[in-house]
Design a binder for this molecule. Structure first.
Ligand code: PHE
Length: 513
């Protein structure tokens, strides 16, 4: 309605006038808000009812300080007038003014050489000050809002004293346009049955459709009851997980069964040639189970071979040379990495090899792991790991690097670097770094290596079979790809459902920026 009134005013005025030279003046005269006038002009210009040109208008205005001087006179003049012929002590003089005004008054009066600030008395240096020149200037500017007949020096001085300031206003000058009409034509928004039947449709003008307009966001209905489940199912994490699963499937990987959060130390550590004194096996790093505290069964002959390789080696290894304890291996824990899943899978594969010839395998898993860590913006006590492995004859580190390149570029991270690392179960081992455009640097995205013979041979895999493998947390690429800097925004009870709804379905593969 405001815009309609403004529009009517503009079109109506142009019916009997050639132009509107200044939209600000026009708004003032029509007693309309200039923003409404400006919006109407823009819209009318778009439809060529009018032609308009942007103009800028400079107005000089008094500042609050300037306004008080215009009314009461400047502090320096008031100070001068307060000094009697015979002089006055500074204390007496000061009593007549506010502290801040007094300061300004003294400074200006001294500058003008009007007043002598003696040790005992403040006295007049000149007989009288005719008029308050600054006040006069201010009054003129206040009335005219212009500075045409005021000298540059005066303007400079007033500006410097912050008594006046320049306001630049953008406005329009307007004249009739190609499609000018004193009133905007009504445009049809819909084609109706009536218009078709009456034939009106031929003469009507139609409102353009905006085919680029985005639809209103749809409200989602959450079926789940627990916030954590809702959050997770809808989360960026979930989207990335789905995408990763597709990548693995496209690359010909089969999924490993991961449905056991509770694992024995044996499969989580010992089978992976991780010594029993290793710091990761401390309760500071690992959640051990109270009930049931130990595992029910392990493959005894394999346990025996694992014990031997830890204690005294074999297969050209010297082992660690310590007393391997079954009680340690039996302890139940929440798995600390999905490499526990890989160790079970490889053991099973080795058992198959006893019956039928070895065939190459590619496996992956994506599931939850647990670490007893202090929770902060990049660490949670539970998170998800992605694990991939390839098992074949004659594999080299080159194969591993090639597979990683392929895998991560499908994820949108194609610029990788590798750094030698150490894992008890792989040799060589490499940390994986990916270049992140947004951060402008390489960030750690995973860990990888070739499983050691000390892990593979006790399982019973053929001697010439190698396994290349890598692992990473799901949260890491999700955070990088979605630009989330606090892991708690992503997973767990503090997930922001608003963020989840707003995030695009999947940004992966776009080489994040
Ligand atoms: N298990 C390792 C981790 O938790 C990742 C990894 C998997 C490393 C496979 C090498 C090979 O970080």
């Amino acid at each position: 309605p405001k815009r309609a009134t403004a529009e009517e005013a503009v079109l109506g005025y142009l019916e009997n006038h050639d132009d509107i030279p200044d939209s600000h003046l026009f708004a003032d005269q029509a007693k309309l808000n200039h923003d409404d006038i400006a919006n109407a002009i823009k819209s009318l210009t778009g439809h060529r009812y009018v032609d308009s040109q942007e103009i800028t208008k400079e107005t000089w205005l008094l500042t609050e300080e300037g306004k008080t001087y215009a009314v009461h006179g400047t502090p320096e003049v008031r100070l001068f007038l307060s000094i009697p012929q015979q002089g006055i002590t500074k204390d007496e003089l000061q009593k007549k003014f506010d502290a801040s005004v007094f300061k300004i008054a003294c400074a200006q009066a001294a500058k003008n050489k009007w007043v002598d600030f003696g040790k005992q008395l403040v006295t007049r240096k000149i007989q009288h000050v005719d008029n308050d020149k600054v006040q006069t200037l201010l009054l003129r500017i206040q009335d005219a809002k212009e500075i045409q007949d005021i000298s540059q020096d005066d303007i400079k001085a007033l500006t410097k004293r912050k008594l006046i300031s320049l306001q630049v206003k953008k406005g329009f000058s307007v004249r009739r346009g190609l499609n000018y009409a004193p009133q905007r034509k009504k445009v049809a928004t819909d084609l109706t049955r009536d218009m078709l039947q009456s034939g009106d449709w031929k003469d009507l003008e139609y409102k353009d459709f905006n085919l680029n307009a985005k639809g209103a966001p749809t409200e989602r209905v959450f079926k789940a009851i627990f916030l954590n489940d809702i959050a997770e199912a809808e989360s960026a994490n979930f989207q990335v997980r789905k995408q990763l699963k597709d990548i693995f499937l496209q690359m010909g990987f089969g999924e490993m069964p991961t449905n056991n959060y509770v694992e024995s130390s044996f499969w989580n550590f010992d089978a992976l040639f991780q010594p029993q004194q290793h710091p990761a096996r401390d309760s500071h790093d690992t959640f051990f189970l109270k009930v049931p505290s130990t595992t029910k069964e392990l493959p005894e002959d394999y346990v025996e071979r694992v014990k031997r390789i830890h204690e005294s080696g074999g297969h050209q290894s010297r082992g660690y040379g310590y007393d391997w304890k079954r009680e340690e291996a039996d302890k139940n824990l929440l798995r600390t990495h999905t490499t526990a899943v890989s160790s079970r899978m490889l053991y099973k594969l080795a058992q198959d090899c006893a019956q039928k010839p070895f065939t190459p395998k590619k496996y992956f898993s994506i599931d939850r792991v647990f670490r007893n860590e202090a929770v902060d913006r990049t660490h949670l006590a539970e998170f998800h790991q992605i694990e991939g492995l390839i098992c074949d004859r004659g594999l080299t580190l080159g194969d591993l690097i090639g597979v990683l390149q392929d895998f991560f570029s499908r994820l949108g991270m194609s610029d990788l670097k590798f750094k030698p690392a150490y894992n008890p179960y792989t040799e060589p081992s490499m940390e994986i770094f990916g270049y992140h455009k947004g951060f402008g640097k390489y960030v750690e995205i995973g860990n990888s290596g070739m499983f050691r013979p000390e892990m593979l041979l006790p399982m019973g895999l053929p001697e010439d079979v190698s396994v290349i493998a890598w692992g990473l947390s799901l949260e890491r690429p999700t955070m990088i790809l979605y630009g989330i800097d606090n892991i708690r925004d992503l997973f767990g009870h503090k997930v922001d459902l608003g963020l989840i709804k707003k995030n695009p379905i999947c940004r992966i593969g776009l080489e994040s920026d």
